[in-house]
Design a protein around this ligand. Sequence first.
Ligand code: GLV
Ligand code: GLV
Length: 329
Amino acid sequence: ERPRVLITRRVFQDLQARLAEHFEVRDNPADAVWSGAELREQLAGCVGLMCTAGERVDVALLDAHPQLRVVSNIAVGLNNIDLRACAARDVTVTHTPDVLNETTADLGFALLLAAARKLSEAERYLRRGDWSKWAIDQFAGADVHGSTLGILGMGRIGQAIARRGALGFGMKVVYHNRSPLPAEAEQALGARWVTKDGLLAEADHLVLVLPYSPASHHIIGAAELAAMKPGATLVNIARGGIVDDAALARALEAGTIGAAGLDVFENEPALHPALLAAPNLVLTPHIGSGSMATRRAMVGLAVDNLIAALGCGPDAGRPPAPAPRPAPA
Ligand code: GLV
Ligand code: GLV
């Protein structure tokens, strides 16, 4: 009997078909969103799990399924998975880094431009039929070109955003990260490491690209928003919970900062109601990696990772894209 694997959500059929060459595949063609209890039930007898950022792989799930050997996340972020609990049970965790860097950086820039130039607000105004006359300061926003771009979290996506800003828009780039980039990388990007306080003070537009962890929870809250420039733009394409959504809504309402663009939210898919009422805010439903080519690349990689990590098929010798090791206690 072939080993059994579970795919939690509907993916691309032609890519999923590669799994069927090695495994008995249990899937979710209706694309229902399973509760924790439903996921626990569906995982019965499965040695492999291919899931999205929407499913939690926690101690309760792992303890209910000691037969589980591999979790293949169709995402780069791993905050939905208890990495320490997986490591303790010898469960291999893989993810889909790199293939989504440029696509996610594109969305970061799209949100930056849209927020700074009030595109959503202007379009809503037009669609309401409110445009009766042109005015000199109508929807007048902030310039992106030639301004200072701040990046918090200078991984590969952060660097892709830095390149867009420096090369395409003539921006000065400052960033904060636990460890500064090597000098040659800084030079190539035209980017300068600054403290977090320096970043908040200097950035005209601040893009957040750091993974969620207890250490990054509400790393942008009321105090940080107050430390930003009054006209500044904040963009979050990383994870909900990095920003205090309620504090951001208040800051937009009060004019503490100029504008914001959010692709991720604290309790998504639910939105903090204050965000829906806040001015100068552009919202997208977690579509950072959402080009068709990149979503297919992510699923293809997650399929390859699952096959390789379970030691099946022609990919058996290829090491899966490794997940970061769990942080020390
Ligand atoms: C998406 O948010 C991802 O982590 O890939
Ligand atoms: C990943 O490469 C990141 O920038 O977090």
